[in-house]
Design a protein. Structure first.
Length: 104
C-alpha cells in the first residue's frame, strides 16, 4: 500500500457516486483505479478535485488512460484534466472498435 496515500485525509465524495456499494466500507487504496473511474464518470468538479488531491495526477492519469469505460462526454473532461488526447484512452479505443448501430 502506498504510504503517501495512507497519510492523506480520505476524500469526502458524494454517496451518489458509489450508490451500488457499501460506501462506509469502501477501501480507497485497494480499489483506487475503480474509485478514480467512478469519480470522473459520475462526480462533479469538487469530487474530481478531491480525487486529484488524494491520488495525485500520475495515478489519475494511469487509471483514466487504462479505464475500460468512461462515458463519452466524460472522456473529453478527463482528457482536458490530464492533458492527453482522447485517442490515448483505452475506453475510447474500445468504443471505436465496437461502434453502435447507424441511426436511421
Amino acid at each position: 500500500m502506498n504510504s503517501v496515500m495512507q497519510s492523506k485525509q480520505i476524500p469526502k465524495f458524494e454517496k451518489r457516486i458509489f450508490w451500488d456499494v457499501n460506501f462506509e466500507e469502501l477501501d480507497y487504496n485497494k480499489y483506487a483505479n475503480w474509485v478514480i473511474e467512478r469519480v470522473f464518470d459520475r462526480g462533479d468538479v469538487e469530487d474530481i478535485r478531491q480525487c486529484r488531491r488524494y491520488y495525485g495526477d500520475d495515478k489519475i492519469k494511469e487509471a483514466l488512460l487504462n479505464a475500460k469505460f468512461i462515458s463519452l462526454n466524460r472522456i473529453y473532461l478527463a482528457a482536458a484534466v490530464i492533458d492527453e488526447p482522447i485517442q490515448k484512452f483505452k475506453c475510447y479505443i474500445l468504443r471505436q472498435s465496437n461502434p453502435t448501430l447507424y441511426p436511421y
